[in-house]
Design a protein around this ligand. Structure first.
Ligand SMILES: [Zn+2]
Length: 304
């Protein structure tokens, strides 16, 4: 079990579905600096839950990129792909308390359903009161009922969510046997004793679902701080899908300085010509969460 005597525990949890890009650097530097200035630990987890989309080679590439940018994490890297037993135990507890129900619906049967802001299906409730006759459960869903979730984000302010309307009964164990991110992230953060989740606001839409799962499991609640997500000139989130450039590991200073500036930090222009340790030294001495813009997205114009 993690040592609970250390107050602040932050983390960075990339998914190894593609190399790190500017948007991931922003989440890494923001979570790391906030942990360091608070005198806390900064943990690293590989969110490689979606095995078909993740690769060990990409994960290794991410670790090398973080090292090239001067990041130093505490302890061993935790791999979600090795944590199924913990997720199964948590799901078992939710089953025992009637918080989840089996669902027989196929993707095709749900094709006409409404969508959440992040593109997931809002469940119409078909199997909520029992499986239709002759059908077998394929997935397990969280019973949301009319739950409302509210929390105070350290950057974005008060966030309120009507889960029934915005998410519906969401999946915890998928029909293909993979555990859902909403369950895994909650179980893993609790296991690691994470007190503060600092990450990109692209994940803000799923935070209420995670808080709901956490409360149903009776796990401690971390604070949240959602950093503005970097979008390109077309307003698309930087990602593998939008062909965001991988970080240049041979020349980390310009991107690191740009990430700090993106997060509202008043970093002197002269530091662009300095060494990597000098940039880190400045960042550790001057980082301010209060200076981060209260925006869900910000446009990032890469240097040409
Ligand atoms: Zn169903």
């Amino acid at each position: 079990m993690p040592d609970q005597s250390i107050p602040y525990r932050g983390r960075f949890a990339p998914s190894p579905t593609g190399p790190l890009h500017f948007g991931s650097l922003v989440a890494a530097i923001g979570s790391c600096l906030e942990a360091r200035v608070r005198g806390g630990r900064w943990l690293l987890r590989m969110d490689d839950l979606d095995r078909p989309r993740c690769s060990r080679a990409t994960a290794d590439e991410i670790l090398r990129a973080l090292e090239a940018y001067g990041f130093q994490w505490d302890g061993e890297v935790v791999w979600q792909s090795g944590r199924d037993a913990a997720y199964r135990e948590a799901l078992g507890r939710l089953k025992a308390e009637g918080r989840v129900f089996p669902c027989a619906c196929t993707r095709r049967e749900l094709a006409d359903s409404a969508l959440t802001p992040d593109g997931a299906t809002i469940y119409p409730g078909t199997c909520r009161e029992g499986l239709p006759p002759g059908r077998e459960g394929r997935a397990w869903r969280m019973r949301v009922d009319g739950a409302h979730v509210a929390f105070d984000d350290l950057i974005q302010g008060r966030i309120e969510s009507d889960l029934g309307r915005e998410a519906g009964d969401f999946v915890l164990l998928r029909a293909d046997g993979l555990f859902a991110y909403q369950l895994a992230v909650v179980v893993d953060d609790a296991y690691a004793g994470v007190t503060d989740i600092v990450r990109g606001a692209d994940l803000l839409a799923s935070t209420a679902r995670q808080i709901f799962v956490r409360r149903c499991l009776g796990l401690p609640e971390p604070r949240h701080a959602h950093l503005p997500a970097a979008v390109n000139a077309a307003g698309e989130k930087l990602s593998k899908q939008t062909r965001a450039d991988p970080l240049d590991c041979s020349n980390p200073v310009p991107a690191l300085v740009a990430a700090l500036r993106f997060l509202g930090q008043a970093i002197p222009v002269a530091l662009e010509r300095e060494t990597l340790p000098a940039v880190w030294q400045w960042a550790l001495a001057n980082w301010s969460l209060a200076a981060v813009p209260q925006r869900r997205t910000l446009t990032y114009n890469p240097p040409v």
